[in-house]
Design a protein around this ligand. Structure first.
Ligand SMILES: *[C@@H]1O[C@H](CO)[C@@H](O)[C@H](O)[C@H]1NC(C)=O
Ligand SMILES: *[C@@H]1O[C@H](CO)[C@@H](O)[C@H](O)[C@H]1NC(C)=O
Ligand SMILES: *[C@@H]1O[C@H](CO)[C@@H](O)[C@H](O)[C@H]1NC(C)=O
Ligand SMILES: CC(=O)N[C@H]1CO[C@H](CO)[C@@H](O)[C@@H]1O
Length: 419
């Protein structure tokens, strides 16, 4: 071999090695190709990420060029080969099914985000092969069928799961109790039914949104790590027990509105150390369990909405002693008796260190007697107060909190039973 030939030979060898250095593993290329093939052609808009994918070139080597403008991320993981670690499609209106893709070819995937597209069909069972996945988002697509229980069995590194805004049926697989790293679970706006699965093993879960489904029963306990829980607008019946919420030291926001929950509002909600927002409106509650020692409550509650229930009896005066409570709605219930002067005092002349009521909505009840004196000097722009549609002796419209409705007729008020 002449020295020139040797030089050329080594040049070619070195450059081909250099290419090999960041070449995409063939399995990842296979999976990306399959994904492109499974997206309906007519949903692939020019300019979208996937429409640019050109497999006559190496994906990871050409990422962010015009051959692969976007849609995934690569990392050199082993043996100088690039592996796809993130698949994050743009919101380009893609449709198609994900079931026949060999997901086991993407074993290094940590993030999969196909949210805000039009994907249909089942959530593939073979997602369970993506064992390094920490974030899975299929939000706002048209997936149907049940949530595969294999997700819970296999994706043990999952931290965030977003399946909201689809058309999923069935319930939450109990295998989800294996997902010990899960911090966020969003299943809102689906068609999920049955009893909400007890997820007591999920010691890191802090955000759970199950709203706008058709769940019919609460579990006997919720993860104690929860900070926010919403089960708004389901079909939950039965009552609530203090026992279900004990030890929930971090819970800040509870929204169980628009269900069919009955019985009493448990006193534990007025004793939980972190709870700030309690929303139980549009249910069938009939009473409120007052906590013990109401003068020394440590509650952090800021907003309580118990409107549109069937709450009876006298107004719960203890709520006037919650130091930070500034928004209280008890509208459209069956409360009767006098308006406690404590409510009026907290609105107009709050004690030092006590938040005043900025919102006090008492309309649509059967409250009796006169307007508590402190309210007579309340300025319109200082608080949102309403006393309309009650059985008050007089509520002249010169007072803004009497405007927007009349008092009930004397015949409607005549059946009021004073407890
Ligand atoms: C929810 O699922 C039921 C079957 O369980 C079906 O009849 C109904 O049409 C679904 N609702 C929606 C909005 O898809
Ligand atoms: C709600 O639950 C009741 C039983 O309590 C059931 O009869 C009804 O069909 C459910 N409604 C929906 C929309 O799932
Ligand atoms: C008071 O609050 C109610 C309920 O949120 C709202 O509908 C109303 O517009 C508010 N009124 C004023 C004057 O802010
Ligand atoms: C290679 C591998 O782990 N394949 C699995 C992928 O997922 C399907 C469905 O859960 C399994 O049947 C395969 O064994």
């Amino acid at each position: 071999m002449s020295s020139l030939n040797f030089f050329l030979f080594s040049f070619i060898l070195v450059s081909s090695l250099k290419i090999a250095e960041s070449k995409t593993h063939w399995k990842d290329i296979e999976a990306l190709k399959q994904l492109k093939q499974n997206i309906n052609l007519n949903s692939m808009n020019p300019g979208s990420c996937v429409s640019t994918w050109d497999f006559t070139f190496d994906p990871c080597e050409n990422l962010f060029s015009e051959k692969f403008t976007c849609g995934f991320r690569c990392d050199v993981v082993v043996s100088q080969l690039s592996r796809v670690t993130e698949l994050g499609l743009d919101q380009a209106g893609y449709s198609g099914s994900l079931s026949s893709i060999a997901w086991e070819n993407l074993p290094y995937l940590e993030t999969l985000d196909f949210s805000n597209n039009y994907f249909t069909g089942l959530i593939p069972d073979s997602f369970s092969n993506l064992t390094r996945l920490s974030r899975l988002s299929l939000s706002s697509n048209s997936f149907t069928g049940e949530i595969p229980s294999s997700i819970g069995t296999s994706l043990v590194n999952l931290q965030e799961l977003y399946l909201d805004n689809n058309n999923l049926q069935g319930t939450i697989p109990s295998s989800f109790n294996n997902l010990k790293s899960l911090t966020r679970l969003e299943l809102q706006r689906n068609n999920l039914t049955g009893k909400i699965t007890d997820l007591g093993s999920l010691v890191n879960l802090y955000h759970m949104d199950l709203s706008d489904n058709r769940f019919s029963e609460n579990p006997s306990s919720f993860p104690v790590s929860l900070v926010q829980i919403s089960i708004r607008n389901n079909n939950i019946s039965g009552g609530l027990a203090s026992e279900t919420f004990k030890n929930m030291m971090y819970l800040q926001v509870v929204d169980f509105s628009s269900n069919k929950i009955n019985g009493y509002v448990p006193s534990i909600f007025f004793n939980l150390p972190s709870l700030q927002q309690l929303t139980l409106s549009f249910n069938e509650f009939s009473s409120i369990e007052a906590p013990y020692g109401t003068q020394s409550l440590q509650s952090e509650l800021i907003a309580v909405d118990l409107s549109n229930n069937q709450l009876q009896g006298l107004l719960p005066a203890f709520l006037a002693f919650l130091p930070r409570l500034s928004s209280l709605s008890l509208e459209n219930n069956r409360f009767t008796g006098l308006i406690p002067v404590q409510f009026a005092l907290k609105t107009v002349f709050p004690e030092t260190g006590m938040a005043p009521f900025g919102r006090l909505l008492l309309g649509g009840n059967y409250l009796l007697g006169g307007i508590p004196r402190p309210l007579l000097v309340l300025k319109q722009d200082s608080a949102n107060v309403s006393l309309v549609d009650n059985c008050l002796f007089r509520c002249p419209h010169v007072f803004f909190f009497c405007q927007g409705g009349q008092q009930k007729s004397s015949s409607e008020c005549s059946h009021v039973i004073i407890p």
